[in-house]
Design a protein around this ligand. Structure first.
Ligand SMILES: Cc1cc2nc3c(=O)[nH]c(=O)nc-3n(C[C@H](O)[C@H](O)[C@H](O)COP(=O)(O)O)c2cc1C
Length: 343
């Protein structure tokens, strides 16, 4: 019998922390062509772990050993919460997809803050923040600020999650006036984090279900607010492209999301100021998929669903392939290929 996906995830997380496991299963791929400096941090490669996989930062010190260039912990909320009832993750193996309705189960921002201090992470760690399930939408900005304050230290970046489909009403916070308020509140709370001189880059993670016009409005807001950039995209409530109808509710991730998220990256790149960074996420399984996101305009790429299907060698495999693709297309590094449009 196949293990429940959430249970296999727990077992994998435990294995990852066992001495020698990471060395045994995966080897990171090092290549100078993949290195870049961004957001004031050195990235040894552009392949990151997407939010939701290591929500509580339990294995922050280990992802680099599996070849990841950065990690996004969270989503964390100001206080711990249990999330939705199980089962809440479903495999659609034939589609290379997952449907999840986790609902921000996490141990809270304070617990992650402690882990950030003690993890010994070798790569940049961003923190994805969300509002508590029971916080009314009108009080959301204060909740995001509280998550920052409770975390208590400055990560490599904050990802403001206003795009998960599993917290009722959350995606309404993509409305520009609500989002403007959240960005201001996060920035204000960040300004009080020690050290006072650290200004944490802020990203907003958007939904693939946004209409193009609404995405444009968010890009313009991001430019006006001079935030670091956007993460495209979260999971979709759409069910297009599946082999068969499925009864499960929640957000769809993986291969069916790939084209839409790449199109969003391309649209954002075309409209955003040059300095704004894009993190591309959705359906990346191979080096070609990662290159597609970069050519569309992403400086960094993340994976989640592919890691479930392809196993712990994934990041190193994508990095190796990506280095080859960059060379064969005559690029000297990732920044040159960003937005090149050549796939
Ligand atoms: C089980 C599961 C849990 C997730 N949890 C979060 C989360 O807590 N916060 C978030 O911003 N995105 C979350 N995501 C979305 C991923 O970070 C990513 O945006 C999405 O899965 C698309 O990438 P993929 O096709 O590589 O999986 C989750 C995805 C899955 C499958």
């Amino acid at each position: 019998m196949m293990l429940d996906p959430e249970r296999s995830h727990r077992l994998a997380m435990r294995a990852l922390r066992m001495p020698g496991f990471a060395r045994l299963v995966g080897r990171s791929y090092e290549d100078p062509i993949l290195r870049q400096t961004l957001l004031g941090h050195g990235f040894r490669n552009p392949i990151g772990l997407a939010a939701g996989f290591d929500k509580d930062g339990e294995a922050l010190g280990f992802w680099s050993r599996l070849g990841f260039g950065f990690v996004e912990a969270g989503t964390v909320t100001p206080s711990a919460q249990p999330g939705n009832p199980r089962p809440r993750v479903h495999r659609l193996s034939g589609d290379g997809a997952l449907i999840n309705s986790m609902g921000f189960n996490n141990r809270g921002a304070a617990a992650l803050g402690v882990r950030l201090h003690t993890s010994g992470a070798q790569v940049p760690v961003g923190v994805n923040i969300g509002k508590g399930r029971d916080t009314p939408l009108g009080a959301a900005a204060a909740d995001y600020a509280r998550a920052v304050h409770t975390l208590g230290c400055s990560p490599a970046y904050f990802a403001v999650n206003v795009s998960s489909p599993n917290t009722p009403g959350l995606r309404e916070l993509q409305d520009v006036s609500a989002l403007a308020e959240i960005i201001d509140a996060v920035r204000e709370a960040d300004g009080r984090l020690p050290p006072a001189t650290a200004i944490t880059p802020i990203f907003v993670k958007v939904s693939p279900d946004l209409a193009d016009g609404d995405l444009d409005d968010i890009v313009d807001l991001a430019a006006r607010k001079r935030i670091a950039g956007l993460i495209a995209a979260n999971t979709t409530v759409g069910r297009e492209g599946l082999l068969a109808p499925v009864p499960h509710e929640g957000g769809l991730s993986g291969a069916p999301l790939r084209e839409r998220s790449t199109a969003m990256v391309r649209r954002i790149r075309a409209r955003a100021p040059t300095g704004m960074a894009i993190i591309g996420v959705g359906g990346v399984f191979t080096a070609e998929d990662a290159f597609e996101k970069i050519a569309a305009g992403a400086s960094l790429v993340q994976v989640y669903t592919a890691l479930v299907y392809e196993g712990p060698g994934l990041a190193a495999r994508i990095s190796r392939g990506l280095a080859g693709l960059l060379r064969s297309r005559g690029f000297d590094g990732v920044p040159e290929a960003v937005g090149s449009g050549v796939t």
